[in-house]
Design a protein around this ligand. Structure first.
Ligand code: FPP
Length: 248
């Protein structure tokens, strides 16, 4: 059932694959493999519950520092995920958008991502955002460079710059800002994820380890979100009942 006061954009920090593996006496990579299964469940749950935009933090700019065999395994899982899920995305009319420093990813992954983005670009209702080689600070640096260049060549007057314009230069330019950020595994950090875009997002900290994440926990997050009052700096009395504002 689609509930009232639904977030349009849910962004998830998928955490706890390693701990899940350890708890089950399995290698870390098995935790990631089970994490990829949770990604598929989550994608279905989002669509089934009427969430139109889902962004998943799949690989951060810092994740290159993990042991090489783990990085390779994550890239292999991503490759398999894209190969297997492209027909699903097409069938369920979900657009894929990658956010992050694309060109530093392995060439074979870039090719798959380009193929999947091109094949799904005409879908307008549902979007899956995959954060790959992503970090908020690098994103803001990249946006600042592009803005400075636009100003230098006379395409942009710095005096006209506001958040609405600035956000167009972020990797997430075409997506609405997240309404709800979920982090799994009981950790309570934002870890360089969508820092600017999440300025007014509600945060749901789940104790579930990512490989165990399922529709029931997704719905718990949606229910918690529905019960929160988003004020955007206003007093409770100033809020018009049941108004779901976008960014101020
Ligand atoms: C955090 O768990 C998770 C990651 C660094 C990567 C997320 C990857 C997946 C969910 C699987 C592949 C993704 C796709 C889209 C196919 P952790 O390893 O930091 O866990 P820990 O903190 O318990 O060690």
């Amino acid at each position: 059932m689609i509930q009232k006061n639904l977030p349009q954009h849910v962004a998830i920090i998928m955490d706890g694959n390693g701990r899940w593996a350890k708890q089950h006496g399995l290698p870390r990579i098995e935790g990631h493999r089970r994490g990829a299964e949770a990604v598929k469940r989550c994608l279905k749950a989002a669509q089934a519950n009427g969430v139109t935009h889902l962004t998943l933090y799949a690989f951060s700019v810092e994740n290159w520092n993990r042991p090489q065999d783990e990085v390779d395994a994550l890239m292999n899982l991503l490759d398999r995920f894209l190969r297997e899920q492209l027909p699903e995305l097409m069938k369920r009319q979900i657009r894929l958008r990658v956010i992050g420093r694309y060109r530093e990813l392995p060439e074979s992954i870039q090719a798959r991502l380009r193929e999947a983005e091109a094949a799904t670009q005409h879908f307008e209702v549902y979007t899956l955002g995959l954060a790959l080689n992503y970090g908020s600070r690098t994103e803001i640096v990249d946006a600042a460079r592009a803005i400075a260049e636009a100003a230098r060549i006379g395409d942009l007057d710095p005096a006209d710059l506001d958040y609405g314009t600035l956000r167009e230069y972020l990797y997430t330019g075409e997506m609405p800002d997240p309404d709800l950020v979920i982090r799994t595994s009981g950790e309570s950090r934002l870890s360089n994820f969508l820092l600017l875009q999440s300025a007014y997002a509600e945060i749901y900290l789940s104790r579930v380890l990512w490989p165990d994440f399922d529709e029931a926990e997704f719905k718990n997050a949606l229910s918690e979100y529905a019960s929160r009052e988003r004020r955007y700096g206003k007093t409770a009395e100033q809020l018009v009942p049941s108004t779901n504002l976008t960014h101020p």
